[in-house]
Design a protein around this ligand. Sequence first.
Ligand code: ASP
Ligand code: MG
Length: 419
Amino acid sequence: MSTPLVFKFGGASVKDAQSVRNVARIIGQFSQRPMVVVVSAMGKMTNAFEEVVAAWSNGNLSEANAKIDAIAAFHQDIINELFEDPTEINEHVAALIASIREGLDKQDISYGEGYDYIVHHGELISTRIIAAYVGQEVPTVWQDTRELVKTDGQFRRATVQWEQTGRAIRSNIVQDKVNFVQGFIGSSPDGRPTTLGREGSDYTGAVFAFCLGADSLTIWKDVPGMLNGDPKTFANTQKIDALPFNEAIELAFYGASIIHPKTIQPLKKKGIPLHIKSFVDPTLPGTTIGGVDRPEPEVANFILKKNQILIQLSTKDLAFIAEHHLSAVYRLFAEQGVVVNLMRNTATRAMFCINNDAIIVPKVLAELTGQFDLELTSSVELLTIRHTNEEDETRETEGLDILLEQRTPDTVQFVFKRF
Ligand code: ASP
Ligand code: MG
């Protein structure tokens, strides 16, 4: 068996008929087989499916049905533009639309199970359409990822069962064809559809690449590669040509949002390089993660997290902050799903910078108020600079009201308020 090539196309790359044609053109340029193509739901369809879920869970079935009508119409328009004879694809899609509606009758299942059941149809529909379209030019096969990616039963954030998944993938991928699979979805041990968490299709790409021992994974995006900062926030950003796996993991950890953070680990384990390339101009070299010891070029990286809150705790009896205080705080954070973006403690104070989530934070604060004196600063932001230098740092921090600063040899972080 020759080594497979794994591609991943996200929603933005398949948002209309023209972009589907573009994806077909890109695939047509690669003759290596087997090829696995992981595809997300088209455009913003997952958000549209989430609205169906909301209506269903509120018991508003006529609204849910109207939203499904709109989803059906969106895909029908694309099909009509793409196919001269849409008879066969229409049958597949009609069956899937009917299957979504069946979900509305399920009233005795949990919210999470209903969510995954309804939402996972987005990927089923997109892959049906794209596999059929590309299949007019090259031999393709539509694969059902529910039969391949085996997970536990944690709806909405299922964990992959690697052993079974590996066996299923290796025995089902067809060698001499382009295999179309759905990103983001899987199935529980008793065969119910699950999802891996929003934006999880990158991770699906890594799962297939890992299980097949692929040559590489290529994620096709609407940007020319990974930049050293979000161009919407930072001026004069530069493209990174290559970076080590560990550096990519660190950047994702600090909040760089170009790839789903779970994607890199499996690739690193097998040394499978990840290419981030532009579907707008596939001739551009993009960014490669893995296979180098240092980033190229070696420039500072900037990551900004907005909408943070800085919580400062001190004990009510003026005692020093000790381990038992911190373990109680972390237990509460773990229970409530709080992610600590920066933490620092002194003799009498512990400081936590966390996402200012409108639902979780009030609950956490209500608990903490009983045990500690609290000082809160909301509307703060967290700036992280990796591989900083004086010039970049001075420019980016000028005029900021810095409340907390933390420095290691690689990384400096500032919690600040804008004037
Ligand atoms: N369609 C899913 C989402 O929008 C998965 C993905 O795009 O990666 O979250
Ligand atoms: Mg998506």
